[in-house]
Ligand binder design. Sequence first.
Ligand SMILES: NC(=O)c1ccc[n+]([C@@H]2O[C@H](COP(=O)([O-])OP(=O)(O)OC[C@H]3O[C@@H](n4cnc5c(N)ncnc54)[C@H](O)[C@@H]3O)[C@@H](O)[C@H]2O)c1
Length: 366
Amino acid sequence: MATKVIVQLPGEQDYAVRIGSGVIAKLGQNLREIDRFSASRDVLVITDSNVGPLYLAHVKASLANAGFKSADITVPAGEDTKAVEVAAEIWSAMAQLSFGRDCLVVALGGGVVGDLAGFVASTYMRGVPVVQVPTTLLAMVDSSVGGKTAVNLPEGKNLVGTFYQPSFVCADTDTLATLPEREWRCGCAEVAKSAVIDSDDFFFWLLDNAEAMAARDATVAMEAIQRCVVFKAGVVAQDKTESAGVRECLNYGHTLGHAIEACAGYGTFSHGAAVAEGMRFAVRLAADMLGGADAIGEFADAQGDLLDMLGLPPLAFEAAPEDLLAAMKRDKKARGGEVRFVLARDIATWEIVPVADEVIVKALSR
Ligand SMILES: NC(=O)c1ccc[n+]([C@@H]2O[C@H](COP(=O)([O-])OP(=O)(O)OC[C@H]3O[C@@H](n4cnc5c(N)ncnc54)[C@H](O)[C@@H]3O)[C@@H](O)[C@H]2O)c1
């Protein structure tokens, strides 16, 4: 069972996202079919210490079957690995292996490996191709598509990076079998976000299938991934570099979500749980700011039901509203000290609104 979405972005080569059970087995063959990739290419597979032991041999076997020789690097699992020092170690390893401009980087792992490997590939020798092999639900539905790469600085997350599209994405849903439950729910929050922003069709399909999604039903998960990829590709096609005010919609729920993660201490709550709370808050704020509270209330209830069914209940978390506001202002997405929210008043009806400090504090106090 496999499917394919073609991502078409202005000024970029089209690329395929192959989604399904067992698609890693065909990865090497798929790469050979991309006319730029002959078997004489040097390939570097970058993975992390959790994913490598599970799937690296499988990826390398698939590459070898298609005639590719590959080297590999395993980085420690976790967000700390998204650092310029780790990128520098990989650049050096590639240089020591005499990798030239015709090499190829394969990112095997979640969003951390994907962002790091994409950054390395986009900068090594001014850019070599990267192929994403996402192994978390979040990476399959979001980070592996759209071309944002990044490393973190001590001053903040994702402060250094590039826009650099992959040449191919291979989302093997079999790898999700080993994903910890907490990571599954993180991905579910991004699926819910995409459904709310996208359309009635996606939202109500997900509402109907939310329990199956929470129970990790393979057929439902595959369709959710496919719908998210189609949605994200459509958004990115309109605003590749997040400069036209469209791509920012992907930040729905993240303004408060990031602040909760920062105030509670990273790792206390999962990213997904914090984003889900941010989505609930964004709707309450929409009712305060945009009017039409009754209509918004109906949507808020439907969104609340969806998040509950996906295993993302309201968070039991208390913090001083001023501390949450300060964290929002430190976020790189605040502009000129002003906090901007993606507010949704209904499904597929969102806008980006700068919100005054006192309005945020008042809404948080409730
Ligand atoms: N580039 C983008 O557009 C974009 C979008 C959203 C998020 N991100 C970034 O993505 C990162 C988060 O990604 P993530 O949630 O995938 O986290 P992650 O990469 O840290 O993966 C989560 C954990 O699951 C483990 N893991 C991964 N796949 C597994 C599998 N199949 N079986 C068992 N364990 C597995 C990892 O080793 C890790 O411990 C953040 O750094 C975030 O900034 C980027």
